[in-house]
Ligand binder design. Sequence first.
Ligand code: GUN
Length: 292
Amino acid sequence: MASAELIDGKAVAADLRSATAARVGGLYARHGIRPGLAVVLVGEDPASQVYVRNKHRQTEAAGMRSLEHKLPADTSEAALLDLVAQLNADPEVDGILVQLPLPRQIDAQKVIEAIDPAKDVDGFHPVNAGRLATGQPALVPCTPLGCLMLLDRTLGQNMAGRHAVVIGRSNIVGKPMGQLLLGRDCTVTIAHSRTKDLPEMVRTADIVVAAVGRPEMVRGFWIKPGATVIDVGINRLPPATEGGKDRLVGDVAFDEAKAVAAHITPVPGGVGPMTIACLLSNTLQAACARRG
Ligand code: GUN
């Protein structure tokens, strides 16, 4: 049976990290500037702790300064807003990332809107979302930016006029992904949990971006032969056999889709590694724009 070419996110992310590290080295050599990324973690969500540890390690490996702020789970909204104000005012801080989800006593939207848009390396602030939507230079959310880079590497100039179906309408992935694909002249459909006949809709897609958070929801028979499939999902399933290890699966039934698609991202090793690589590149972009 035909088998899709795998899109190697690990390799593309490694290239992007080394290009970023080289530019950071140049910035330091020429101007004595070392970009700084502040990461704020409230509480002890285990998945968030893993992300934050990886971010810290990779930020330092790229030659940037990593500043971590770990706050207890019962931190008040006012205390977090105070910290954000302090980071906004700190000239050594180029990027601010407040790890989500936040504990329930804190209004995440209020915190996002308190971040200086020039330091908003997550690209979640309405100013950056608006700039992206109106085609102006913006800080763009890291996960959809990483997906776009994988598509650029895979399809090059061949995206114009293609039908792209994005499954998921979140502010973090689905909506900005739709904007980025419009920027490549795709015809874009954003599908979601209320979309009628989702399998039929996906069957018309030349490009599928799945960001729903439901393990293996997108089946092989939904995929148009020759399509390019980008799987944003990272879902942990219990072991297939007793005593085995947890399995990580995407939002796409990988083996089925691989038999039909032309290109597909694996999970793990597809979109996942791109997110932090894009965060580092956004931090460099913010440092250059602020201190330019
Ligand atoms: N939690 C999971 N992914 C992300 C992300 O990209 N940014 C932030 N701030 N929190 C997250």
